[in-house]
Ligand binder design. Structure first.
Ligand code: PLP
Length: 405
């Protein structure tokens, strides 16, 4: 039967928009996905019916808000197959989740320790570790990639040794689309006793995530890349690590008892969630995940892979166009440059034709330097994109070529 993409599209009010009289073609999903009506409604309903602070009020609204907020945590825990709900820590996004981990790690790192990340990294999973190493005297190593934009597995393995304290890599690259063999990478890193963090910002919306099966210690992701609201994310971590992880922000909620001169910390997950959380955001995140789960995820996956294949095939026929990232296993991201013009010009001219893509370094400046390009133009797909939108992109790029020639 396949995915009913038209029915799906009707759930997204923004996809009905016109740009200069043309239907919007939204191909910037790796930057953020659009939101279905039910997610928008979840936010509105929260603020119009039961807005209250959680875990503290002695009234009906506070009780309802707390229940919905904690139910959202259960939804996320189930979605990623966390062993315990307390392992799901709310954050403002992937970036904050990674910073939470690195803040704690900074208390533990010593000169002589080594951290490994990869050349594929988004700045969030690069600068954070680079700076943690600078501050502690630990050394920072980068696993290289091959011509196709895949991790060089032998080189990755060669970097691992008994000094390796921490290993971080992306589930999928936002800039090239490369899907990493995260289970195998994790197993190799765990074999030398390192802690492993997977940056799941791109993986979560495209791949089935089972944190216990992956075997990693931390998995970080953002709501807004999986049909949820902005400003919400999750750090999942193994309970025995998070239980003792150095607290990173102090204030309300994260304490158990306080005197003027001392404080004791709350239990998980609250010890790592200081202050009033984004309650409506968490509830809407839970709703987004429920919405996603009621789709046939295998069908969504097949559909996105068909979009990727069609886009790759059509763009490859355009002379002077280079696709960056040609790994056999990719999420639906196509990054490219054209001989005729700068990525920014491509983006501008596509926008004139109502096609939204992203151009620039995609928060992966060192990777762009490594590829020898100033940046790329990137089309990235979600469940609601159609094969005719891919055709529209290919046709529009044909025009762009002529305009720039
Ligand atoms: C988007 C993204 C991030 C950062 O996510 P935020 O939502 O901006 O915190 C990190 N890593 C990858 C691979 C991303 O795509």
């Amino acid at each position: 039967m396949g995915l009913d993409v038209q029915a799906l599209r009707e759930e997204f009010p923004i996809l009905q928009r016109q740009i200069d009289g043309h239907p919007l073609v939204y191909l910037d999903n790796a930057a953020t996905t659009q939101k279905p009506q039910c997610v928008i409604d979840a936010i509105t309903h929260y603020y119009s019916h039961y807005n209250a602070n959680v875990h503290r009020g002695a009234h009906r609204l506070a009780d309802e808000a707390t229940k919905a907020f904690e139910a959202a945590r259960d939804t996320i825990a189930g979605f990623i197959n966390a062993a315990q709900r307390e392992e799901v820590i709310w954050t403002t996004g992937t970036t904050e989740a990674i910073n939470l981990v690195s803040h704690g790690l900074a208390h533990i790192l010593e000169p002589g320790d080594e951290i490994i990340a990869t050349q594929l990294e988004h700045h969030a999973n690069l600068v954070t570790w680079q700076q943690a190493c600078k501050a502690s005297g630990a050394s920072f190593k980068l696993a290289p990639i091959t011509e196709t934009g895949e991790l060089d597995l032998a080189a990755f393995e060669a970097l691992l040794n008994s000094n390796t304290k921490f290993v971080a890599f992306p589930h999928a690259s936002n800039a090239l689309g490369t899907l990493n063999p995260i289970k195998a990478l994790t197993a190799k890193a765990k074999a030398v006793g390192a802690w492993v963090l997977v940056d799941g910002a791109q993986g979560i919306a495209h791949e089935r995530v089972d944190v216990q099966d992956i075997g990693c210690d931390f998995y970080a992701f953002s709501a807004h890349k999986i049909y949820g609201p902005m400003g919400m994310g999750v750090l999942w971590g193994r309970e025995e690590l998070l239980r003792d992880w150095p607290v990173w922000q102090t204030g309300g909620e994260m304490i158990s008892t306080v005197t003027y001169t001392s404080a004791e910390w709350n239990v998980l997950p609250y010890r790592l969630e200081a202050g009033t959380p984004n309650v409506g955001g968490a509830i809407a995140f839970g709703r987004a995940v429920q919405w996603y789960q009621q789709l046939n995820v295998a069908e969504v996956h097949a559909h996105e892979q068909a979009l990727l294949a069609s886009c790759t095939e059509q763009l490859s026929t355009l002379e002077g166009l280079t696709i960056h990232g040609t790994a056999p296993n990719k999420v639906a991201v196509v990054s490219f440059t054209m001989n005729e013009g700068h990525p920014a010009d491509i983006g501008f001219l596509l926008d004139r034709q109502a096609i939204a893509i992203r151009t620039g370094h995609h928060c992966a400046e060192p990777l762009m330097a490594h590829l020898g390009v100033p940046g790329t133009a990137r089309a990235s797909f979600a469940a609601y994109n159609t094969l005719s939108e891919v055709d529209a992109l290919a046709q529009a790029l044909g025009k762009v070529k002529m305009m720039l020639a």
